[in-house]
Design a protein around this ligand. Structure first.
Ligand code: ZN
Length: 258
């Protein structure tokens, strides 16, 4: 963790630190997500510019309030209430839905921090990524909320992570008393591109999802790193035809350009 805090660049913007732009301590995920005890147990702290760190304050608060539902803090739960709505599910039962928080965007920022921590490289924001959230999603239809179908990538990524764990080819982070568990592996996709597939757990947060809205699922995803395979990355040589989601589904030239 000391090595991680000595990272010579800000994981948000990739720039270094000068006297005019000093480093601040950025907990990833933010401190709001953890109990007071877990916060001191091997915390993951990366250096960041104050302005970069502060630009995500409101999202960090919301994500912290969401995660802290798993370890009980009534004060934080009340603060999240403005983002919770009662919604009629497909079977007519009333369920609790969260609105107005971009889970995927918040998680993707953490993934970029984990990449910097594991490999000492800056991972720029890229459209070549996917984040599969740990909660069921739904959309309104006919006066009710209809569950969004679960993507096939969930099963494929979970199988890949488990298989790579069995052969000892995972890169891992355990932090905040192991309440944060992050595992990833690099594979060569069917088209020859190197892809990092990851899984992320925080306090067993997939348990927040109602089973009435589909099977509980882990947070997973993938990304392509512009610099290619990091030198100290774990590579699983298995060739897997990943059904990678298109970044621009309406762009017929997307494959040709990448
Ligand atoms: Zn920065």
């Amino acid at each position: 963790m000391r090595r991680v805090y000595a990272t010579p660049f800000c994981y948000h913007c990739g720039r270094g630190f000068l006297d005019s732009t000093p480093r601040t301590r950025d907990h990833v995920p933010s401190r709001a997500a953890f109990s007071a005890v877990d916060l001191t147990e091997c915390p993951l702290i990366l250096p960041a510019h104050e302005s970069c760190n502060n630009s995500n304050t409101s999202t960090d608060k919301r994500m912290g309030q969401l995660v802290s539902l798993r370890h009980g803090s009534r004060r934080r739960r009340r603060k999240l209430e403005s983002h919770l709505r009662a919604a009629a599910g497909p079977d007519g039962k009333v369920l609790c839905a969260m609105v107005g928080v971009d889970l995927k965007k918040a998680i993707w920022r953490w993934i970029r921090a984990f990449h910097a921590a594991l490999y000492g490289e800056f991972l720029p924001d890229t459209p070549h990524c996917s984040v599969l959230p740990p909660l069921p999603a739904a959309h309104p239809a006919g006066g009710r909320m209809v569950p969004t179908p679960i993507l096939p990538q969930y099963e494929l990524f979970a199988e890949l992570i488990k298989q790579s764990r069995n052969v000892g080819r995972l890169d891992s982070i355990r932090a905040f008393g192991s309440r944060l568990r992050y595992d990833c592996v690099w594979i060569t996709a069917g088209d020859g591109r190197l892809v990092c597939v990851f899984a992320l757990d925080l306090y067993g947060w997939s348990g927040l999802g109602s089973p009435n809205w589909g099977r509980q699922r882990c947070c997973m995803g993938h990304y392509l790193a512009p610099q290619g395979l990091p030198t100290n990355a774990s590579h699983n040589p298995a060739k897997i035809a990943l059904p990678l989601p298109a970044c621009s589904p309406l762009d017929a030239f997307e494959e040709a350009d990448s």
